[in-house]
Design a protein around this ligand. Structure first.
Ligand code: ADP
Length: 303
């Protein structure tokens, strides 16, 4: 149930969209592909799902080569394309029946019942797609992707345009599905990755610029920001004199925000400082760099 992406490049004429991408998405992983608009997310997804060929490199889905065994690969993949193209004039059941026919699904009636239930479409199952809310349309898109019970799900911007309630519902749905399947989803919302993914892959200008668990990526801040509250007044100059302290800012009468030099952990020095001054530290908080900040740092001004 794995996806192996080996040295993939893609050119649209002169335009380079992907630049030597190497990735392995393991069985059972929910991986989030994030990057600014134009980073190459959709292009990578279209290559994995056999919609367009790579210019260079190979992709294997469950050991099958997407260029040479595309029919077999497609059977193993459920794909929700960007903008979720649906037939507005079809009823939900009619649409799923239509997709089941195209995919030659055995016992389509039973499978459609299961999928309607899994994706929470039950209350809207007898409506026309055109009359569904955006959230239910997304569910219908996920339902068609899941219909053939694929091992691998590729979801291109599955939560684009949803309101906050619909967002939570679709994220929960993806998380549930992810317990059994390998999922690669794209988004430009970092909270989404934190909410649903075990792994975040940041791409920028067609290259992978970070690839790790969301928690590990956000710990990568070089210079820590520490907020410390003492039980009495402190002089800025005294704090600045501590080895490893780069900057200090007073946030409240006895609360200071301290930036340390790159790679230096000043917490124990701060405690020693407090002891020497006969003071107590009431609270001390080390801020990790937020995932959004990591994203911004890795993807800005690189064109
Ligand atoms: P993302 O999904 O991250 O927004 P895309 O994969 O859609 O990025 O696009 C990557 C780059 O390739 C962009 O510069 C985009 O303009 C270009 N691109 C995408 N599709 C085409 C196409 N069919 N023809 C020409 N250029 C394209």
């Amino acid at each position: 149930m794995s996806i192996e992406i080996g040295n993939i490049s893609k050119y649209y004429g002169e335009q380079k969209a992907l630049d030597k991408i190497n990735l392995t998405i393991n069985s059972g992983e929910v991986a989030g592909l994030v990057g600014p608009n134009g980073a190459g997310k959709s292009t990578l997804m279209k290559i994995i799902t056999c919609f367009i060929p790579p210019s260079e490199g190979q992709v294997y889905v469950n050991g099958l080569n997407v260029s040479e065994q595309s029919i077999d690969v497609r059977k193993q993949i459920g794909y929700l394309p960007e903008n979720n193209p649906l037939y507005d004039d079809m009823y939900v059941r009619e649409y799923l029946d239509f997709v089941a026919g195209i995919r030659k699904i055995k016992n389509p009636g039973q499978r459609i019942e299961e999928i309607i239930e899994t994706t929470g479409l039950t209350p809207e199952q007898n409506k026309k797609i055109g009359n569904l809310s955006k959230g239910y349309k997304q569910r219908a898109g996920v339902a068609q992707a899941l219909l053939s019970d694929p091992d691998v799900l590729i979801l291109d911007e599955p939560t684009a345009g949803l309101d906050p309630n619909q967002l939570v519902e679709i994220r929960n749905l993806i998380k549930n599905i992810g317990k059994e399947k390998t999922i690669l989803l794209s988004t430009h919302i970092m909270q989404e990755v934190e909410a649903v993914c075990d792994r975040v892959i940041i791409i920028n200008n067609g290259q992978v610029v970070a690839d790790d668990a969301p928690g590990n990526i956000s710990k990568e801040r070089d210079n820590a920001i520490i907020t410390v509250e003492f039980d009495s007044n402190v002089q800025a100059a005294a704090l600045k004199a501590i080895k490893g302290v780069k900057n200090v800012k007073q946030a409240a009468p006895t609360t200071w925000v301290i930036e340390s030099d790159t790679g230096v952990d000043i917490r124990s020095a701060l405690f020693q400082f407090a002891v020497k001054q006969d003071m107590t530290i009431l609270s001390l908080n080390k801020e990790a760099e937020k995932l959004e900040e990591v994203f911004h740092r890795l993807t800005q001004n690189k064109k």
